[in-house]
Design a protein around this ligand. Sequence first.
Ligand SMILES: *Cc1c(COP(=O)(O)O)cnc(C)c1O
Length: 382
Amino acid sequence: MSMSSSNQAHSAVAKLAPAYIKAIAPYQGGKPISELAREMGLQVEDIVKLASNENPLGISPKADYAIQEALLDVARYPDGNGFALRDAVSQKFSVAPNQLVFGNGSNDILELAARAFLTAGCEVIYSQHAFAVYSLVTQATGATGVVVPAKNYGHDLPAMLSEITTKTRIIFIANPNNPTGTLLGKAELLAFLKQVPKTVLVVLDEAYDEYLSAANKSEAISWLNEFDNLIISRTFSKAYGLAGLRVGFGLCHADIADLMNRVRQPFNVNSIAQAAAVASLADDDFVERSYALNQAGMAQLTQGFNKLGLEYIPSFANFVSFTVKNKSQNAAQVNQKLLQNGVIVRPIANYEMPDYLRVSIGLFSENARFLEVLEQILKSND
Ligand SMILES: *Cc1c(COP(=O)(O)O)cnc(C)c1O
């Protein structure tokens, strides 16, 4: 909510911001439960939020305990180098400690890559329908985003390769992608990396890797030895459930990590987040339960869509995008009615998908409530 009142004159200095900053469209996140409650006069308990790909199981009990402990020490600055977290991640993923960069969420990693490598005049390649933060962090540096048309809602790697010029500095790839849920095969991705010039960074965003089956899970960390132009980004926001604490990390060549650490704020990951992340890494059982719940919820939702005659994009993540284009009401209307009934999903018109809505997989009861309300809405014609 803006604090400026309408009787104030426009700020003269705001006009002087660079044109590329003024051109940035603000990020549109999922509507908070408290906001919908205020707007619709609903009770918070009656609202189901399936809009931000959060973990419906919450967090690991181990993380919960670590958070309580860490609360006792918030008068101290966090460890700016994240020693315990670095140690835990380096052991878990078998990489050297100096190959890691920690971020205030993995969005911070994406931004650190942009800030460390981009200036006005550079080019950055990403796909149509790819995660919105790629264009945000690119635009903020004055670099030029090159959007490559998607193929079947996923990344078209050959087309992305053909856009590389001498000005290209970064290629962003989300695997799986948000909001489409599409997945690139490992062989395809590896062949792509072999063709990218070593002077172009590839940022491989694997925010949803924990939701992949054993056969599909990324092997990109083992590729780091071969590709010193690769940054893999991971997050604690999704399967680990720590979205509100903001912690993610990048894995890359030590020289790249060193540069990203120079532009990083010294205390960008707070002490509670660090403690929770360390504890979370030690709880494989929680991640397994999250994975299993997601598999079951995905089946529940897709069966529901089939029953309602709704097309959806097969997804490898913890959400699925579906379309109402063959129905009498458009996606914005269906979204509005879902909101009126206390169900928050995500319209993705800003991803050039105006006919689609993205729903995150929740608890069995939350998914059921969403499908029930959706069915009622599609039956009614007013
Ligand atoms: C959710 C998401 C992230 C994670 O963002 P955080 O800043 O770690 O919370 C990163 N990339 C994609 C594609 C996502 O959907």
